[in-house]
Design a protein around this ligand. Structure first.
Ligand code: PDD
Length: 283
């Protein structure tokens, strides 16, 4: 049985509880982070901690732990659960209060962390074959730069993809791709990598930031701008990035093969560089 962390305590998962009045439960009034673990070490931890603080600040929510405590809790959970490869999920909500739309003045934030073991995470065989995506309208709220726990529309998107025999969905707004249901979206044309510019329309992916920096260091050309599904279908390559998938090739969009319909060299190279570099800086 896993050991999880809730509000200052390490407990067996079946003994950890949160109030039914928790605003995370009643209003999705909470934020989260997912940090991957390779060889027992945390990947891109400072980036996730920084984005967590930004999400909290945007929602005027208190952070119940310091950055040092947060790192210590992550490490302790990885150690207690003997996680080699996997993920640490972290959620902070505004806490429990009598139900009222206005933020309560005196609620104590709730903090929960748990691990998910994923042996062989970096050697996921899907990276060799790629994933298929469909496009769907982006019907999420407008502050997607805040990593809130309101994930129902992305869940619906994944289900729509599954129903069509695909793996994931890319969301489209005003004719342009925003991002995947739980990842950032990219295309490659010639020697140029294209991914949507930052703004309130997408999550500012931590993996995205690292991959774009590494691509620039490797003298690859990067354009941060909108692109359409038509442009993506005509691209040489496509891929997504996230903490849980790193760099994952996309080989089909709405039934059209991308390039040769097999993972391309740019995605493969970026995956390798990203994994190498992030293992070196893992904590
Ligand atoms: N999802 N865009 C969305 C909508 C996401 O939910 C995520 C991450 C990303 C990629 O961000 P990062 O590189 O920081 O993981 C982009 C996580 C992994 C999840 O919900 O499980």
């Amino acid at each position: 049985m896993r050991t999880v962390y809730v509000n200052g305590e390490y407990l067996p998962e079946n003994e950890a509880t949160v109030s039914i009045f928790d605003r995370g439960f009643l209003f999705a009034d909470g934020v989260y982070e997912v940090t991957s673990v390779l060889d027992g070490k945390l990947i891109d931890f400072p980036g996730h901690a920084t984005r967590l603080q930004r999400s909290l600040d945007e929602l005027e929510m208190a952070n119940p732990v310091t950055a040092e405590e947060l790192l210590a809790i992550h490490r302790e959970l990885v150690a207690r659960n003997d996680v080699g490869d996997g993920l640490v999920y972290l959620q902070i909500t505004r806490g429990a209060a009598d139900r009222d739309f206005a933020y309560p003045a005196d609620a104590t934030p709730t903090i929960v962390l748990f691990t998910q073991a994923k042996p062989g995470l970096a050697d996921n065989p899907v990276a060799k074959t790629g994933i298929k995506v469909i496009s769907i309208p982006d019907r999420r709220w407008g502050r997607r730069d805040i990593k809130t726990v309101q994930l129902l529309y992305p869940s619906m998107g994944k289900m729509a993809a599954k129903a069509e025999g695909a793996d994931d969905a890319w969301m489209v707004e005003d004719g342009a791709v925003t991002e995947g249901t739980s990842n950032n979206a990219y295309i490659v044309k010639g020697n140029t990598i294209v991914t949507r510019h930052l703004g309130e329309e997408i999550l500012h992916g931590i993996t995205r930031a690292a991959v774009l920096r590494l691509a620039a260091e490797a003298q690859m050309k990067v354009e941060e701008r909108s692109f359409t599904i038509e442009e993506a279908r005509a691209a040489d390559e496509a891929f997504v990035t996230s903490a849980s998938t790193f760099v994952m090739p996309v080989v089909e969009i709405d039934g059209t093969p991308v390039g040769q319909g097999t993972p391309g060299p740019v995605a493969a190279r970026l995956r390798e560089i990203y994994l190498d570099e992030s293992r070196k800086t893992a904590l």
